[in-house]
Design a protein around this ligand. Structure first.
Ligand SMILES: Cc1ncc(C[n+]2csc(CCOP(=O)(O)OP(=O)(O)O)c2C)c(N)n1
Ligand SMILES: [Mg+2]
Length: 358
């Protein structure tokens, strides 16, 4: 969908071979982590997990545009972007175990990755609430005249929430440097996109708020990259936000807790949506002589080893000290909290003196 202010092109972006292979490597890595986590969840080693299989082109194509200093406000399925920003994979798994490797000291649900150092804010479980936060952060960087673009992610289901509309309005009126990126994976748990809105997709909603909206083949990593890059340049140049709809398909369940065969029939999905974005990009790379069966196999083996090593490091890491229940909120804790702490921690031996079973 060509949009004023954004280039309409069908040509692949001119990226170096190294860059193309890096995009591919991250797509394969994210899928491999997905498969590992699903297995670990089924084995009872982690409690909960939200897969991103099928959405790797959307995640990598859009997220790879962000620079080190740009902020990411993710929804549920963009954790891979944190890894692309240099976050260690062992700490990523540490978040799933909620142990000492977790930046949040086990205080969040699994999948709520976060790192201030990597400018990646923990998703909020109530959907869409991260978008007004993203717009606010972008507004702050505009006031401070910083060269920062904020990436705010949302799912198709999230677009039915008030927060999506508040964020869109505020972003456009304030002309803030924010990208509002909707991964339209066709489902919000068991609610199909057709029940979510009567409009022709998500991107069209941008017009009512006064910003460009672009609808992209979200299973084409290069198209995702290109559209995001154009919107990014636009934001950086002071022309304000863009709504980007990445049309993709959630191949797995909503989370490890559901069974999609109970509510959807894959035979009714248009075949182009079911094309695996990884094999599609792989075929393109092979045709362009950037990749061979052998180099692909070597890359995959290396990725598997890296992930296995990360799990070996993360799984046995120590649990978070009980004392951390009382830290990081108050500079000077109130007497009531200190009393509770004394009751739980006791004399420092780690043994509880009070009624709290540890
Ligand atoms: C405010 C709110 N309402 C309901 C839920 C329960 N819930 C969790 S995820 C989800 C669906 C989200 O769908 P979508 O935005 O399309 O993202 P996806 O899971 O497909 O990535 C819902 C309804 C919630 N977390 N927050
Ligand atoms: Mg969805």
């Amino acid at each position: 969908m060509p949009v004023a202010g954004l280039p309409a092109t069908t040509a692949a972006p001119a990226l170096s071979r190294e860059h193309l292979l890096l995009l591919y490597r991250w797509m394969v890595t994210i899928r491999a982590i997905d498969e590992k986590m699903l297995m670990m969840q089924r084995q009872g080693r982690i409690a909960f997990f939200g897969p991103s299989a099928g959405q790797e082109a959307a995640i990598v194509g859009s997220g790879s545009v962000a620079r080190k200093g740009d902020w990411i406000f993710p929804a549920l399925r963009e954790g891979g972007i944190l890894l692309m920003r240099g976050f260690p994979i062992a700490r990523y798994f540490g978040q799933m175990f909620g142990n000492v490797l977790d930046t949040q000291k086990g205080r969040q649900m699994p999948m709520h990755f976060s790192s201030g150092e990597h400018k990646f804010v923990s998703l909020s479980s109530p959907i869409a609430t991260q978008l007004p936060q993203a717009v606010g952060a972008a507004w702050a960087s505009k006031i401070r005249r910083e060269d920062v673009v904020t990436f705010g992610y949302i799912g198709d289901g999230g677009t039915s929430e008030n927060d999506f509309h508040s964020a869109m309005n505020f972003a456009a009126v304030g002309k803030v440097p924010c990208l509002i990126i909707c991964q339209n994976n066709q489902w919000a748990i068991s609610v199909p996109f057709s029940s979510q809105t009567a409009s022709d997709g998500v991107a069209i909603k941008a017009a009512a708020y006064g910003m460009p909206g672009i609808r992209v083949d979200g299973n084409d990593v290069l198209a995702c990259y290109q559209a995001t890059q154009a919107a990014f340049e636009r934001a950086r140049a002071g022309h304000g936000p863009t709504l980007i709809e990445l049309v993709t398909y959630r191949r797995g369940g909503h989370s490890s807790s559901d069974d999609p065969t109970r509510y959807r029939d894959e035979s009714k999905v248009p075949p182009w949506l079911l094309v695996d974005p990884i094999s599609r990009f792989r075929d393109w790379l092979v045709a362009g002589r950037h990749l061979t069966d052998a180099s692909d196999a070597a890359m995959r083996a290396e990725i598997k080893n890296t992930i296995d090593d990360a799990v070996k490091e993360a799984e046995p890491a120590a649990t978070v000290a009980v004392d951390t229940l009382f830290t990081d909120v108050y500079g000077s804790p109130p007497a009531t909290l200190l009393a509770q702490r004394a009751e739980v921690i006791g004399d420092g031996s780690g043994k509880a003196e009070g009624a709290f079973p540890l």
